[in-house]
Design a binder for this molecule. Structure first.
Ligand code: HEM
Ligand code: HEM
Ligand SMILES: [Fe+2]
Length: 452
């Protein structure tokens, strides 16, 4: 590590891996509730909210940590203010803790979600961003402090690199796209319309920019590849992400009451979305193959390339198969969607944050070599389990589409009878995934602290 202040990344990484563990444990509870709905003291809806909110929050914290590492390195100076970064970290942990307690309180007593100044006190009810308004405000303040700190750091030396530009650009876009989820409209159509701006333009817009920047950063750091070449491809990828992803938003506007032209717009643009993701895979392979120098952090490189591959498979392939309106009218809102959601988030963002941790943590801990065995083991447990979870629920989704949408059986009949075996297998593979996460957590705390 070149700059002492980069160490702040570690706080965010620690919070991220611990919340990852919580996310997966509640995911397994949710999976068991598909077989035994009364299994836990909290209902499925609360457990599901915890599962997906924990996911979003830990990924964001991982990205913030990564950014605090990257910005000083690229600007060749210490972070503008470490106390501010620390304050921002603890404020985020505090706010997230309160929100989680709020969800649990509401799970036990739904009446507790009362109206205060026209907003809901504990839960706003929009999937993925259920956090109440007061928490939204705290989150916005925290992100603004974070961006301010990063920009001030860049201004110290005025060294503004391509990677950093795209990274901070992506983060600013991310912050702006949080705002459409912060007001109510009377019409459900309008409400869904704006809500998708947050969800879709995050994962298929701003987060993908962050991924492209971090991919270039990692390939440069691991392989010493020429920054100019990496930057050129990064710009092409980013340009294509924006070109296809922004109007690709239309694939969520097919059936919610928006005008008909969205069928065309969404179908055409979202079908093109896999192209930049494929370029990223090619980028990762090309730079790896061209490198002559020996790579000491092989695990870091392994995870980086895996991230590129699974970003393409999960988001690109598992997305494109149900993105045309002709297909989506049958599969909309079924387990096919859930299968895609899991593989896309896992490949694009879970592996991205895990790769960044393994690429940067050794230098944060002050070691060149570290024991990589556990890291590989964790990767394989998680990845094989995830592949099987996805195959299982893709199967469940196909059965569901067929029986519900073609034969007209009702939702509960299909869920409780015809899909039962799929739920059993999902829970088993979920336990396998948990093993991988446990190994990851142990390895995270041990990395660099034992003999390589
Ligand atoms: C990393 C990027 C991506 C992530 C994390 C992601 C994640 C998700 C998630 C979680 C959902 C479910 C939303 C909900 O209703 O709760 C979803 C829906 C959807 N995604 Fe993606 N996605 C990504 C990229 C893509 C791409 C590139 C495509 C198309 C090529 C795509 C096509 C779709 C479609 C069509 C739906 C709607 C499914 C339905 O009608 O039920 N996604 N995505
Ligand atoms: C890194 C790992 C994981 C990621 C990224 C992830 C992501 C997600 C996402 C995005 C959703 C919402 C999907 C939608 O509405 O279509 C979801 C729901 C769910 N997840 Fe996970 N999850 C992970 C691990 C797990 C594990 C290990 C289990 C347990 C087997 C699990 C069980 C569930 C269940 C039961 C739901 C509710 C599905 C539904 O409403 O039909 N997840 N997860
Ligand atoms: Fe989308």
């Amino acid at each position: 590590m070149q700059y002492k202040s980069q160490k702040i990344a570690q706080n965010f990484y620690t919070a991220a891996v611990l919340l990852f563990l919580v996310q997966v444990i509640v995911g397994i509870v949710a999976a068991l509730q598909f077989m035994w709905p009364d299994f836990f003291f909290l209902n499925f809806n609360t457990v599901r909210t915890l599962h997906i909110n924990a996911l979003v929050v830990w990924l964001l914290m991982g990205m913030m940590g990564a950014t605090y590492y990257v910005v000083p390195e690229e600007s060749e100076t210490e972070l503008w203010s470490v106390p501010l970064a620390n304050l921002q970290f603890w404020a985020t942990v505090f706010a997230v803790g309160l929100v989680i307690i709020g969800y649990i309180v509401m799970g036990i007593n739904p009446q507790a979600n009362m109206q205060v100044f026209g907003t809901n006190l504990l839960n706003e009810g929009r999937e993925y961003i259920e956090a109440p308004r007061w928490a939204d405000v705290l989150i916005v303040i925290s992100v603004l402090l974070f961006l301010f700190n990063c920009v001030m750091t860049v201004l110290k030396t005025k060294k503004f690199t391509a990677v950093q530009g795209v990274l901070l650009g992506g983060l600013t876009f991310l912050a702006l796209m949080y705002l459409p989820g912060m007001f109510y409209t009377k019409s459900m159509v309008m409400d869904q319309y704006w809500w998708w701006w947050v969800v879709h333009l995050w994962v298929e817009g701003s987060w993908e920019l962050i991924a492209a920047a971090l991919l270039a950063f990692m390939l440069h750091k691991l392989l010493g590849t020429d920054v100019k070449v990496l930057a050129k491809w990064m710009y092409i990828e980013v340009g294509l992400v924006m070109f296809t992803g922004i109007l690709g938003l239309g694939h969520h506007y097919y059936w919610i009451g928006t005008p008909k032209y969205w069928l065309w717009v969404g179908g055409i643009f979202s079908s093109l979305e896999p192209i930049p993701l494929l370029l990223m895979v090619w980028d990762a392979f090309r730079t790896t193959r061209e490198t002559r120098a020996p790579v000491s952090n092989r695990l870091g490189l392994y995870l980086t390339v895996s991230h590129a591959i699974f970003n393409f498979v999960g988001a690109g392939l598992w997305g494109v198969v149900h993105t045309l309106p002709q297909v989506n009218k049958w599969t909309h809102g079924t387990q096919v969607t859930t299968a895609h959601g899991h593989l896309a988030f896992y490949g694009a963002y879970v592996l991205l944050v895990v790769a960044m941790i393994y690429v940067t943590l050794p230098s944060i801990r002050g070691v060149k070599e570290y024991n990589q065995t556990r890291g590989y083991l964790s990767f394989w447990w998680m990845t094989i389990s995830m592949i099987f979870i996805v195959i299982t629920i893709t199967g469940a989704g196909m059965v569901q589409t067929y029986l519900e949408r073609l034969f007209g059986l009702d939702y509960v009949t299909v869920k409780a009878n015809y899909n039962l075996w799929f739920w059993i297998f999902r829970a088993i593979f979920g336990a396998g995934f948990l093993v991988g996460v446990l190994i990851l957590v142990v390895d995270y705390f041990k990395l660099g602290k034992e003999k390589a």
